[in-house]
Design a binder for this molecule. Sequence first.
Ligand SMILES: Nc1ncnc2c1ncn2[C@@H]1O[C@H](COP(=O)(O)OP(=O)(O)OP(=O)(O)O)[C@@H](O)[C@H]1O
Ligand SMILES: O=C(O)[C@H](O)COP(=O)(O)O
Length: 404
Amino acid sequence: MPEYNTLDDLEPGQRVLVRVDLNSPVEDGVVQDNNRFDRYAETVAALAEDDHKVVLMAHQGRPGRDDFVSLDQHAEILEGYVGKPIDFVDDIYGDDAIDAIEGLDAGEILLLENTRMADDELPEKPAEEHAESEFVQTLAPLFDAFVNDAYSAAHRAHASTVGFAVELPTYAGLVMDKEYQYNTSVAEKEFDGQVTMLCGGNKSEDVISVVNNLEEKVDTFLVGGLPGELFLRAEGEPVGMDVGGMDLLDDQWEETKDTLEDLVENRRDDFELPVDFAYEDENGERAEISLEDIDEKETGYLDIGHETIEAYEPIIRESEAVFVKGAVGVFEDERFADGTVELIEAIGETDCFSVVGGGDTARTLSLYGLDEDDYDHVSIAGGAYLNALTGQELVVVDVLKKYA
Ligand SMILES: Nc1ncnc2c1ncn2[C@@H]1O[C@H](COP(=O)(O)OP(=O)(O)OP(=O)(O)O)[C@@H](O)[C@H]1O
Ligand SMILES: O=C(O)[C@H](O)COP(=O)(O)O
């Protein structure tokens, strides 16, 4: 039994403030649909069905980034999944928000503006300090209960994720409960056979964290994406540096080179690294180059090549369990999706125990028509999934338990 309250404990017909996580990729200002909407629709529909007045809070991007946009498009996308109107107000705790909240009837749903547009939201602080903020003090009296369903933001101690638990009776939502139970049980699971982790993405620190923390659990790490190049750079190969206006690798290299060099020197048998790469040629087509033919990096590498895919695939097929954290290429571009799609597809074809995680990576399934049912669990979380797998605490879950 969880040590926090769930929706089973919530009496129907209340004024409920709900924190969800609809943080999504944004391309040219357009919010991209992804499986977070689909998952949260279940919680939102269940609450509306129970005659609650449902007010949703969520964040998008971070101040200063291109993906820091309003939630108006999110309301429209979510409405499509919930099948009921979702009102949007471009305010968080000002007069317009208060009027919209007070105007709701039972079973109606309202989405507030991007919580990160409020000054009080972002500093990481203990729940009790966030509870003192104007944000929390203004909104909390308008509600009977707080539901926290934002599992993928459960590693962030922000006003909207931890502050309201101090002021209101607090419940874990359906997504929070399921993801927490599942990812925690996975961290504790024992396997007899080979355990493999496919990792990539654009943050080498994430991959270093799994390689360091899951040494006992994972036999082989199959590395791709930007971390794949950085591990090779640590071995002295001529890849893993920024070229042609790219600004992704050199800073990460400076921050992580000592650890990467230590890993390739002392734990080289634990991971497999790319032997070829895909890049965009002068005609805009996918082309591939073998690592041994690279004397000097001249272009950005956007996927692992097919030799690498062929080397990684049999390791996946003979595994008893496979975990995924991060894409091995820029899968959002069809030309550079082969590595990520073919390897995740191979995982789905075997009967191994499998978990696909990473907020972006999980999107591969819907983009390329892979069936979620072929995997034991598809997590919509990135950082929080990583924390759970590596046994680190999730501040939001601690708060849910403390204020249960
Ligand atoms: N070679 C590459 N060059 C540039 N970007 C890459 C490369 N390989 C993968 N990526 C990008 O990495 C991103 C996935 O990154 P990351 O691993 O951080 O995400 P995640 O684990 O799915 O989720 P989260 O961001 O929630 O932690 C994808 O958007 C993909 O395009
Ligand atoms: O998408 C995510 O991983 C979560 O929403 C957390 O977002 P953040 O890394 O910007 O805090």
